[in-house]
Unconditional design. Structure first.
Length: 84
């Protein structure tokens, strides 16, 4: 148990030192955290984004979207005025 407390305290002290360095030198922060993300994570994020966009537009891809309201002989006035 004492080992865990000592380890937590060491980690806390290292974090405090790192934060103090960042306050003195902002470039140190960007050097440590400014790395590019892994290609796999980027690809997975893009795939999730594309899948979500596909699901959002799936409702609009119905086959009767291109059908006009005035395809038959009984056109209503509103459909005829919308075509002008």
């Amino acid at each position: 148990m004492i080992d865990c407390i000592a380890l937590a305290r060491i980690i806390q002290l290292e974090n405090d030192v790192r934060h103090a360095q960042w306050r003195r030198n902002e470039d140190a922060f960007y050097r440590e955290y400014g790395r590019d993300s892994l290609a796999l994570f980027t690809w997975f994020g893009n795939a999730l984004d594309a899948g979500y966009a596909w699901l959002k537009t799936k409702k609009a891809d119905r086959p009767d979207i291109g059908r006009s309201a005035c395809d038959s002989d009984s056109c209503s006035g509103q459909a005829a005025s919308a075509r002008m």
